[in-house]
Design a protein around this ligand. Structure first.
Ligand SMILES: Nc1ncnc2c1ncn2[C@@H]1O[C@H](COP(=O)(O)OP(=O)(O)OP(=O)(O)O)[C@@H](O)[C@H]1O
Ligand SMILES: [Mg+2]
Length: 243
């Protein structure tokens, strides 16, 4: 069986798709085949990050309508072996739990990890995804409304019975004083009420990897950050190292 990880946030634009794509790349580059499913219906966004914008013929909507086989909608990433994408349905509609379960059982031999890139907020798709995820990563940027939203998303995942829920702080400045009005990372952790599993740095190379459909550069400070995050998820103890 694949391990299903969902990526959520309270507020939009927190970095869910970035975390989904680059965590998936980190797993795949360590020979753990990984599929990302975009659940944010209405908008494709990861096709560009995966360098696959020209290669998508079928998407999640086609799977839902039964107009293609599940395998036909799985698009391999051209620059990272073992990394694949199912692009979002074009029509905005909540994705059902059964759809995710059907895909994961059809592809369980092929992928060790399935990452669900969820829509922002605490809507129906998140509730449905929560019913089949083993781990929920809740992404927040260091700003008060994003932190509050992360707390609410964490509560929803907890009520839905997601066994493990962890906080990922995204777009963290390298200098503590730039966190203002937030005083320190503990304030974010306490505000969200979640255990921290990773801190992703604000970094132009991370943004350009997503915009240009290329592998995250070795020179990015987040190159190791995402590999460490993937190892922590696999149960290895890697200190967060900045507290
Ligand atoms: N660590 C980072 N450093 C710099 N830019 C980043 C970082 N993480 C994300 N971004 C940028 O922030 C913007 C929002 O990121 P992203 O699309 O991943 O958020 P999202 O939570 O998926 O948004 P949405 O709620 O719209 O789905 C993008 O332009 C992305 O390139
Ligand atoms: Mg997104």
């Amino acid at each position: 069986m694949s391990k299903i990880i969902l990526v959520a946030s309270g507020k939009g634009g927190a970095g869910k798709s970035t975390v989904s794509a680059l965590l998936a790349e980190a797993f795949a580059s360590k020979k753990h085949p990984t599929l990302v499913i975009e659940l944010d219906s209405g908008l494709w966004s990861l096709d560009v990050a995966f360098g696959a914008a020209e290669n998508i013929v079928f998407d999640l909507g086609d799977i839902i309508r039964g107009s293609c086989n599940i395998e036909d909608a799985v698009v391999p990433c051209p620059f990272c072996e073992g990394l694949s994408l199912i692009a979002a349905a074009a029509k905005p509609a909540a994705v059902k739990t059964e759809t995710i379960e059907k895909i994961s059982s059809a592809l369980s031999e092929k992928f060790e990890y399935i990452i669900l890139d969820c829509p922002a907020g605490i809507g129906e798709t998140l509730e449905n995804a929560a019913k089949c995820a083993e781990l929920g990563l809740i992404v927040a940027t260091p700003d008060p409304s994003s932190i509050r939203g992360a707390g609410r998303a964490g509560d929803l995942l907890s009520s839905a019975g997601v066994p493990e829920r962890r906080l990922v702080i995204e777009r963290c400045p390298r200098k503590a004083k730039e966190l203002s009005p937030i005083k320190n990372l503990d304030e974010i952790i306490d505000g969200a009420g979640l255990q921290l599993i990773g801190v992703i740095w604000e970094d132009p190379k991370t943004r350009s990897a997503m915009d240009s459909g290329e592998m995250l550069s070795f020179e990015s400070p987040n190159y190791q950050t995402f590999r460490d995050l993937s190892e922590r998820i696999r149960g290895r103890y890697i200190p967060l190292g900045f507290k």
